[in-house]
Design a protein around this ligand. Structure first.
Ligand SMILES: Cc1cc2nc3c(=O)[nH]c(=O)nc-3n(C[C@H](O)[C@H](O)[C@H](O)COP(=O)(O)OP(=O)(O)OC[C@H]3O[C@@H](n4cnc5c(N)ncnc54)[C@H](O)[C@@H]3O)c2cc1C
Length: 551
């Protein structure tokens, strides 16, 4: 039912005819679910957004004409971003302004540029807007969903549960017991003592005190159970490589199941904005990519089992058996190992104790909102650290990057370096490394930093995100498939004469055990990119067809 609390789409144009047309078309397509608000200039629209924010109303999308006197569309969107960072941003441009629109993608973190005129709207306007709104809705419902979780912000258990819910896209509302009055009321009503936190209140009214991630996953039905006794293909790992294999395997008629330890999306799922994946000129967030790929794999018939670890693998005749952490097994004709890499932990005093309580590995995107008005430190100088700096700069008061090398040029893409240079609240400290972390009341307060002259100083920090490289976790494959000295799995020509048992040559992504394939970051000498992982995942399926046909 339409209500005054419907989220808003705000359209801005100084030309009354264009503004009227865009508002009319938006109302026709989306008026049931959204309020369509209009403004004749950037400053007027910014006032409107401030009012919305004051009233606690949501803005889902901003559409602005690029050519407006006084304040251009891009200038307006840059300012609007600080008021409503989550709203989707669309620029209306004439064909002649396409260059300006492309240039604006970085400045504005633009989600789309729409060419005028957009006739017919059924083809040129509605599909784009619908797609952007469904992405926005998925994010908005995630943060105001039916599952409520009450805990201390700097508790590792609370963090793990929130991270699990966010990464598995379970709509949930987070209530910090120290900041949200509602949290204490809920605890009183549920009769839960404060020393039993974190508490999860499910939509059916049940209350889980200090649940483990697995218990919560089972109660929510997220984990899944295998539906078959035997599969053509078991995929270990649900990052881009595993998801691509699930999509191609299922769509090409293979009985396919994918096992994922944490949440579909893998490392890419933690990326705040992937800008170099082909076909997405305005970039897309990792969680959006994961959501799309997971839906696609499921729709095509792949089974997904999450919160389950593959802990063993063996060959039995022509069968390949994957052992799962809960004690179950999956039997298949072929296995694809696509288990990627995991963040390396920083080995300095205080880091282990404060992990989850102010120190996080990876972007921990669920934490971004809690970082408003805070000092965030990012350790690392590669692309993942750069993306995190750009992302957190939209929430935190100040972001400091600690970079071990003399600069970012050697480790980070040019486009990210340029974005960071333009952000007034991001400082890059080169030739600096964190050598210790100290907390108070159980959460991070400051870091000890060693600077370029070897002297140590103290840096106050509310949160610290660590990106210092990654390594494969393949010890469960010890003695099963050949790996290199760092644990990456060998494949194709590398296993010939190195444990390969057959007369025929191994297929390019085949490991030293026939019928066990490898794809993505976990493969020795792979290119660590989303596109290459996706490419290898899809290529593996084609090689698996060849394997099945000859065996
Ligand atoms: C923050 C960040 C930003 C990035 N940005 C970009 C970018 O902009 N562009 C780009 O091209 N690349 C980017 N990358 C790199 C890119 O994400 C990776 O190259 C890509 O995700 C590799 O895909 P994968 O499927 O091989 O492995 P992963 O993404 O690592 O996925 C592996 C999955 O396997 C699961 N798993 C591991 N072991 C097991 C087990 N035993 N049982 C069950 N499941 C298991 C893991 O939980 C994980 O979900 C980024 C990486 C990070 C961390």
């Amino acid at each position: 039912m339409p209500s005054e609390r419907r989220p808003a789409i705000v359209a801005v144009d100084d030309e009354p005819a264009v503004l009227g047309a865009v508002a009319r078309d938006l109302r026709r397509g989306f008026g049931e679910r959204y309020r369509i608000l209009r403004a004749a200039s950037g400053p007027e629209a910014l006032e409107l957004l401030t009012e919305l924010r004051t009233r606690g109303d949501q803005a889902a999308m901003l559409i602005a004409d690029q050519r407006m006197p006084g304040m251009s569309g891009t200038d307006y969107l840059v300012k609007a971003r600080t008021l409503v960072p989550d709203a989707k941003r669309v620029l209306l441009t004439a064909y002649a302004d396409t260059e300006a629109a492309i240039a604006a993608i970085n400045d504005v973190a633009l989600d789309y540029y729409l060419l005028k005129p957009w006739d017919p709207p059924e083809e040129e306007l509605y599909p784009v807007v619908e797609d952007l709104l469904s992405t926005w809705e998925a994010g908005a419902s995630l943060e105001a969903g039916g599952v409520r979780i009450v805990g201390h912000r700097f508790s590792r258990d609370s963090h793990d549960l929130r991270d699990f819910l966010a990464r598995n896209r379970v709509p949930a509302t987070w209530l910090d017991v120290e900041r949200d009055g509602e949290a204490r009321e809920l605890l009183t009503v549920a009769g839960v003592a404060e020393d039993r936190l974190p508490v999860v209140l499910l939509e059916d009214g049940s209350v889980l005190e200090r649940p483990t991630v697995l218990e919560l996953a089972e109660r929510l039905g997220v984990a899944g159970q295998p539906a078959q006794d035997h599969y053509d293909l078991v995929i270990v790992g649900g990052g881009p490589a595993g998801l691509a294999a699930a999509v191609y395997g299922a769509s090409e008629g293979l009985r396919t199941v994918m096992v994922e330890r944490e949440a579909p999306g893998g490392q890419a799922g933690q990326s705040s904005r992937i800008e170099n994946y082909l076909g997405f000129p305005t970039g897309l967030s990792g969680s959006d990519l994961a959501r799309r790929a997971t839906d696609q794999a499921r729709r095509l018939g792949a089974e997904l089992l999450t919160i389950q670890d593959a802990v063993g693998l063996r060959a039995e005749g022509s069968g390949r058996i994957v052992e799962l952490s809960g004690g179950g097994e999956l039997s298949a004709n072929c296995v694809l190992v696509a288990s990627g890499v995991s963040y390396r932990q920083l080995d300095a005093p205080g880091f282990a104790e404060l992990t989850g309580a102010g120190i996080y590995y990876g972007a921990a995107l669920a934490e971004a909102r809690s970082c408003s008005d805070q000092h965030v430190v990012i350790i690392g100088g590669a692309n993942s650290a750069g993306q995190a700096a750009v992302h957190f700069s939209g929430y935190a008061e100040q972001v400091t990057m600690l970079v071990r090398g003399p600069g970012l040029e050697r480790s980070m893409s040019h486009y990210l370096i340029a974005q960071i240079a333009d952000l007034p609240n991001v400082t890059v400290e080169t030739e600096s490394c964190a050598v210790g972390a100290e907390g108070e009341d159980g959460h991070l307060r400051r870091l000890k930093v060693r600077g370029r002259d070897g002297t140590e100083s103290t840096l106050d920090a509310d949160a610290c995100f660590v990106f210092i490289g990654a390594s494969p976790r393949t010890s469960w494959l010890e003695g099963v498939v050949e790996r290199d000295e760092r644990g990456f799995i060998l494949a194709g020509p590398e296993v010939q004469g190195n444990g390969w048992p057959l007369k025929r040559d191994p297929y390019p992504l085949e490991t030293s055990v026939p019928g066990i394939f490898v794809a993505g970051d976990v493969r020795a000498r792979s290119i660590k990119r989303v596109a290459s992982a996706v490419g290898e995942g899809s290529m593996a399926v084609s090689l698996i067809h060849e394997y099945l046909a000859q065996s």
